[in-house]
Design a protein around this ligand. Sequence first.
Ligand code: G1P
Ligand code: ZN
Length: 536
Amino acid sequence: MNIKEVATKPFDNQKPGTGGLRQRTKIFMEPNFLENFIQASLNVRIASGDKIDTWVVGGDGRYPGIEFLPKIIKMLIANGVKKVLVVGRELVAPTPAISNVIRKYKADGGFILSASHNPAGINGDFGVKVEMSNGGQAPEAVTNAIYEDTKKIAFYKTLDISDDEALNLAEVEYLDPIKDYADLMQSMFDFDAIKGWFDAGNTFRFDAMNASTGPVAVEIFVNRLGAKREWIINDKPLPDFGGVHPEPNPTYAKSIYDFMMEGGADFGCACDGDGDRNMILGRGFYVKPSDSLAILTKYHKLIPYYRDGLTGVARSIPTSSAVDLIAKDLGIDVYTTPTGWKFFASLLDANKINLCGEESFGQGGNYIREKDGIFAILFWLNILSKTGKTVREIVEEMWNENGRYFYSQYSYEGVDKPKAEAIIERMKAVDIDGGNFAGFTIKKKEVFNYVDPVSGEESKNQGIQIFTTDGTRIFARLSGTGTVGATIRFYIEKFEKDKSKFNVPVMDYLADVYKLVDEIFEISKNFGDIKPSAIN
Ligand code: G1P
Ligand code: ZN
């Protein structure tokens, strides 16, 4: 085969963020933008002496992933890859299913063409996640090296063949994205019990948000578990996700949220574009992702896969502390990591933990190295079917036993980047310990620097944490997944033991903390009359 080197010039906007490289779709379609990033990623793996014999390519089906596929195949083979495993002819598969393929077929790495929950289409976003042989995202040392490589790249390697020939090369194999993943789920959860729950007349609703999880959801919930076909909605994957913002939270997945709040079904749920996030809803009841992680931890023994117990759990530091109380009861360790699933990988690899999660609608376990929306949903169905309790009962019982962490996450999206960066820089520097703001006294302010307990790798400046003397915790950071301007994220929590207060709406309970954040971080002062988007 004719390998050719194509001259190229560096782009200055190829720094991978929290979950791979994300950019506007139109930027990804600029000549050589994709090619440069793919070549830089391969250069780094080759330079570190890693094998790149078998490579997986998958995606969440968003435009123009399928058009990028032949280009990537040609580059992989030209760089020495011997076997390319493509997950699905249409390149539609949830990220966790792709992580599973990498592990199952012992691939040396992979590319996931996805921008997760960001909107898709020509006016939306595109992205590439670089996966390692463990089926998890490249750690920071690797993504930093890739970024350095993108700044000096001069050529990329490809094959002198047509797209059609590339798609039909003997080195390219197409895998069924559904069967392997559905089999994996069936091996972990009590499908008989869940089937019994459906047979008993309980009702269900799953919103695939026109993205990658629809076909898998039909196979698992309908074909294998007996749910009604009409309970699975928006299940046809569309290249632009039908114009919806495929982020499963009360703001963007409003229709299923409202349906469930009006008592539409016994259990409701949704996944994001690439299927690694989930939202859990009971009849008239919304489960905060942080509480969901605590519940999964609490009931893990009901799940066949976790019958022998948990080795430990982990949460990202902005996630609420609810899971810590459960871990304490269970006598297991809790690790707190920076934001981003990649930080869980080394703990999972070392078996220090086998369950973990983030406040951003993500939970997962040690069977793969990505978070997994359908896993969390099946976990809940397994709990409901074995306990016979409702979603609300499960959560309220936990609060009654342990107390409730009132928790809220909210973001100012797409704001002026220099201003946002200046806010964080100023907060890093100021000394506010002992100071009084909005009726609170600051006990301690710190910058969160992380040292991976397994690899020793250091990740500095992962956010700002503030504790007040009354036990309120505030965490603040800039998002690493946005593509326009900057996004400032705030995470606040306060612990309550008094049961009579558990039904106070979260936003009322934390009303004074929102004001405190505004005052210390000078949000209104900088941005005027700005409202946060997406409060959870
Ligand atoms: C966001 C979430 C983070 C998650 C990531 C990928 O990143 O906050 O928890 O891991 O998406 O799904 P951020 O935009 O905050 O950098
Ligand atoms: Zn996602």
